[in-house]
Design a protein around this ligand. Structure first.
Ligand code: NOJ
Length: 736
């Protein structure tokens, strides 16, 4: 009944048959057709057209052009018995033609409002091509930088990923929208659930996630997206605790559709229904289809298990027709919401927003807010105004493709402004710019270009060195076991450092890299991720001080791969490290080792912690107040702090609030991010911030697996990264 009501609410098409009326009319095969998404370009086009004509296809993935889309739509609407329109999906991940920073970069902005505007701009460009549905945001928590898809994530923290995921849903769909407005898309939160926990960082690998961790960390951002009204979810490829997500009833029917009352569509990932066989959960396609349907999957992407196996299984009574009906109701409701019954065809726009000025400006702002200043010895940055010579070195100074990053196949490389282009345009008339790539590409071991680069650096006052990963090193299945700089780039940095010219390293990459040694050779370091179309102008804004860096790391940077997994919200253990790290004992095996939770050969702390990032300004925090000091469970605690810009330039700060629940029925993380606020302050300006910690913020999955708050003492910390030292205490007591 609940579902039917939701469906009825979703209907807004005047004069179209209702979802229920349509459903009554449909044959079993027509219903199953709705549950199939066909990948455009795979197999002969005539097969796809025949399937559409016969009602065996409800959705198309990756239609090539608007004309192609409308042509296929015409077959569905005008040549099938019921004329149910197709819905067209495509991966619009961080922009369409205008490419914004990769999601991990956007996460570094800690700016939900900006993420919303970026998603809205991406939707506007995508809608222009007749795309109805994007497979974003990806809200998988990613704590293993070896995993290639860390680039597509919002990083390691559930609060951050939840806030940004929610913002992205609002941006794509509109805020709590019940129907699609012009220039909007249906969003799809993915990959439900646990995908980011792939063992050893190998994409598609199994995950083992105990229920409290699953609920508190991996599911939280999905819950936020569902609360934000996301219209669809995609299941993960991975196996969760022995049951692959696409066949996982506990996840889909239990938590998502049951506990959370999600009324939208659950789509598989590419072929993940069929992969239930490879996983070893099902013996054949028939079992795979039955298992996925029973688990709560509504639509199958790419493979044909549903359409080929379910007719027989339903007829034999081996799967319930009510599950099929439930799935089709959801799919039809989505099509109504998207407006496809009213306007099945996409119009060629009169004016285009592709790469428009507003989008390029937004891309520049988003890149600017995503680039993290990791080091700035003796204020080497911003570059001094009187500079007369500058070396621009490295394989990424002028590489449009790598600047865009993964999932940018619709992006326009010719629109990219690289750092070299922008430096020449903005500084070229006053500064002598010497460019030498040093190595032919990021992965190359060829050192023959070193000499030219060394000469350029030696004869310049400062060297900007653009190094990192090319775009092909992150994204789906682009996992790395070694996350240092690839190829000869580290050696290049050594050679350049030996000249004595100050080095500013600018990294572009799709993941945290182990770059401690390289950073030591440089005076200043910026980490730019893959910053997108306007990465060049944004970088030059930061390098020249037009803007001050304000981004913060959304994921911890390990010192070495051996520390992985390393994340800020780990537990204390019974033996937390207390003594300073001394290095590996050199004497006899009986040398004291401290018996603490750590390593002999590397410090326990990360190279750069979560939330970290420097500014050209300096911010000072006043006394921290948490009131009331004693509150009843169910009441809010308010945390207040003064923030002052004591530096000389206007800048933005990201104030972060962490909480430690000192004792619990299950042990609690050392620190959890519970709130953050980005604020701009002029020199000498001060602002008082007030955060509310309500019951929901302090709730967790308790020993009995229910979600709630437990009475007890809490510590709250506020500061510029997860090591924040300002602290206050409060206590929650049982209600009277
Ligand atoms: C596989 C990827 O895992 C998923 O994220 C993407 O949306 C689909 N392919 C469709 O391209």
């Amino acid at each position: 009944m609940q579902q039917k009501n939701q469906v009825a609410l979703a209907q807004h098409a005047q004069g179209s048959p209702s979802v229920e009326e349509l459903l009554q009319e449909m044959t079993l095969l027509e219903k199953l057709g709705q549950m199939r998404q066909h990948p455009h370009g795979i197999g002969p086009l005539s097969d796809a057209e025949r399937d559409i004509r016969e009602g065996r296809c409800g959705s198309i993935l990756n239609a090539a052009t608007l004309e192609e889309r409308n042509r296929l739509q015409r077959i569905a609407v005008e040549e099938t018995r019921l004329g149910v329109p197709l819905i067209f999906g495509r991966d619009v991940i961080h922009g369409l033609r205008t490419i914004f920073p990769i999601p991990l970069g956007q996460a570094a902005s800690f700016d939900a409002e900006l993420v919303e505007r970026v998603a809205a701009a991406s939707a506007r460009e995508a809608a222009e091509l007749g795309i109805d549905w994007t497979f974003a945001p990806m809200v998988d928590i990613a704590r293993d930088p070896r995993w290639g898809r860390v680039a597509e994530s919002f990083g390691e923290d559930p609060h951050l990923a939840g806030r940004l995921g929610r913002a992205a849903v609002f941006g794509y769909q509109g805020r709590q929208a019940s129907a699609r407005a012009p220039g909007k898309l249906a969003a799809c939160a993915k990959h439900f659930a646990g995908y980011g926990a792939a063992e050893a960082g190998k994409d598609y690998n199994s995950t083992w996630i105990p229920e409290p961790l699953l609920r508190d960390v991996y599911l939280e951002p999905f819950r936020a997206c569902v609360e934000a009204g996301v219209w669809s979810l995609m299941t993960a490829f991975s196996d969760l605790n022995g049951i692959p997500a696409t066949g996982n009833e506990f996840l889909l029917r239990g938590i998502l559709k049951g506990e959370w009352r999600f009324g939208g569509v659950v789509l598989s990932d590419w072929g993940s229904t069929h992969e239930l066989i490879e996983h070893g959960l099902c013996a054949n396609p028939s079992e795979a289809a039955a298992t996925a349907l029973a688990a709560g999957l509504d639509m199958e992407m790419a493979t044909r298990s549903f359409i080929e196996e379910l007719p027989r299984l339903v007829q034999e009574g081996r799967v319930s027709l009510s599950w099929v009906d439930d799935a089709v109701r959801r799919i039809l409701a989505l099509k109504y919401k998207v407006g496809l019954f009213e306007r099945p065809y996409a119009d060629v726009p009169k004016t285009s927003v592709m790469l428009c000025r507003a989008h390029l400006e937004l891309a520049r702002q988003s890149a600017c807010e995503s680039i993290v200043l990791l080091k700035n010895e003796q204020r080497h940055l911003p570059l001094k105004p009187g500079l007369s010579s500058l070396a621009v070195v490295g394989p990424l100074a002028d590489d449009a493709k790598s600047q865009l990053g993964c999932w940018s196949y619709d992006g326009d490389e010719s629109a990219v402004i690289t750092p070299l282009m922008e430096l020449r345009a903005r500084l070229g008339s006053n500064v002598s710019i010497r460019h030498a790539a040093g190595v032919p590409s990021c992965r190359s071991d060829d050192e023959t270009g070193f000499e030219e680069a060394v000469l350029a650096v030696r004869s310049s006052e400062v060297a900007l060195v653009f190094v990192g990963e090319d775009a092909g090193l992150s994204g789906e299945c682009r996992n790395r076991a070694f996350i240092g700089l690839p190829g000869a780039q580290s050696k290049l940095i050594d050679a350049l450092a030996a000249t004595g010219t100050p080095l500013v390293l600018v990294f572009m990459a799709g993941r945290p890299l182990t770059i401690g040694e390289e950073c030591q050779r440089a005076q200043a370091v910026l980490f730019a991720w893959h910053p997108g179309t306007m990465g060049g102008p944004a970088l030059v804004d930061l390098l020249t001080g037009v803007a001050s860096p304000s981004a913060r790391l959304p994921i911890s940077f390990p010192r070495t791969v051996g520390q992985i997994p390393i994340y800020h919200s780990s537990k204390n253990s019974g033996r937390p490290p207390k003594s300073a790290f001394k290095g590996i004992p050199t004497g006899t095996p009986l040398d004291p080792v401290g018996f603490e939770c750590g390593y002999l050969d590397v410090e326990s702390t990360p190279e750069f912690p979560f939330g970290y990032g420097l500014s050209y300004a300096e911010f000072r925090y006043g006394t921290l107040l948490a009131t009331p000091a004693r509150a009843a469970v169910g009441e809010s605690v308010f945390v207040e702090v003064d923030v002052e810009n004591v530096g000389k330039s206007a800048a933005q700060d990201v104030v972060q609030l962490y909480v430690r629940d000192l004792t619990g029925s299950l042990t609690r993380p050392l620190r959890e991010l519970k709130a953050f606020e980005r604020l701009g302050l002029g020199p000498g300006e001060r602002r008082r911030l007030r955060f509310e910690l309500g019951t929901e913020a302090l709730a967790f999955c308790r020993r009995d697996l229910t979600r709630g708050v437990e009475p007890g003492k809490f510590e709250v910390y506020v500061g510029a990264d997860c090591r924040a030292e300002l602290r206050a205490q409060f206590e929650l007591v049982a209600p009277a």
